[in-house]
Design a protein around this ligand. Structure first.
Ligand SMILES: O=C([O-])CC(=O)C(=O)O
Ligand SMILES: [Mg+2]
Length: 203
């Protein structure tokens, strides 16, 4: 396994706060509809998260490297897992969720399955995944941490920004955040004025 640490452009907390106020759909529009991970859904209604990606590449159905990621990730990080889209084994459940929450992890984005959906909802930990299954994972490895991964055909590099809500998951490259946030805030303002004019016309 590579021990090289990928060095990302560091995105500030202020910038993350600005992205947290923009819906995922508007962020996607602001980057020409690119960066949207198809097919990942929130596993409980109301789940939403914005934060820096900490990336994991696991063997299908095996979560050893998700455990290792929790030893290394920082508070506010979103754990982003390439699980090869495998829907036969749950890569996390509420036990990992409880540990992640106690470490200040902001949420999980998993190209694979999860379990303990009700308990994760009760915990209030935002989790986005391809499916839910009661089938448990193996814990043997191999895996990789903190290097660029692919989820549903979208590359996610360590430190990229994840914006996820009821509509799904959007990835903003860390090098693009300055341009994308300006465009996204413009989309928000443009839509707000359209909403106002549409509802004015209906009176
Ligand atoms: O068994 C596992 O590793 C996944 C799981 O259900 C949990 O974290 O609660
Ligand atoms: Mg469990």
């Amino acid at each position: 396994m590579s021990t090289e640490t990928y060095s990302a452009t560091a995105v500030s907390d202020d910038m993350i706060a600005r992205f947290s106020r923009v819906p995922a759909a508007n962020v996607g529009d602001a980057q020409e509809r690119f960066g949207i991970i198809a097919g990942l859904r929130p596993i409980w209604a109301g789940a939403a998260v914005t934060g820096r990606a900490y990336t994991v590449w696991t063997r299908s159905g095996d979560n050893l490297y998700i455990h290792k990621a929790l030893d290394d990730a920082r508070p506010g990080d979103v754990i982003v897992v390439n699980g090869s889209g495998d829907d036969t084994r749950a890569l996390i459940g509420d036990l990992i969720g409880i540990r992640a929450k106690s470490l200040g992890i902001a949420g999980f984005v998993i190209d694979g399955a999860v379990r303990d959906a009700d308990a994760l909802a009760e915990l209030g930990l935002p989790v986005f995944a391809r499916s839910v299954t009661p089938a448990g994972p193996y814990k043997n490895g191999p895996g990789r941490l903190n290097e660029p991964v692919a989820l549903g055909g979208v590359v996610v590099s360590p430190g990229d920004i994840i914006v996820a809500d009821a509509d799904g998951v959007v990835v903003v490259k860390s090098a693009d955040v300055d341009d994308v946030i300006v465009a996204a805030e413009e989309v928000v303002a443009r839509e707000a004025s359209k909403r106002e004019s549409f509802s004015a016309r209906s009176h």
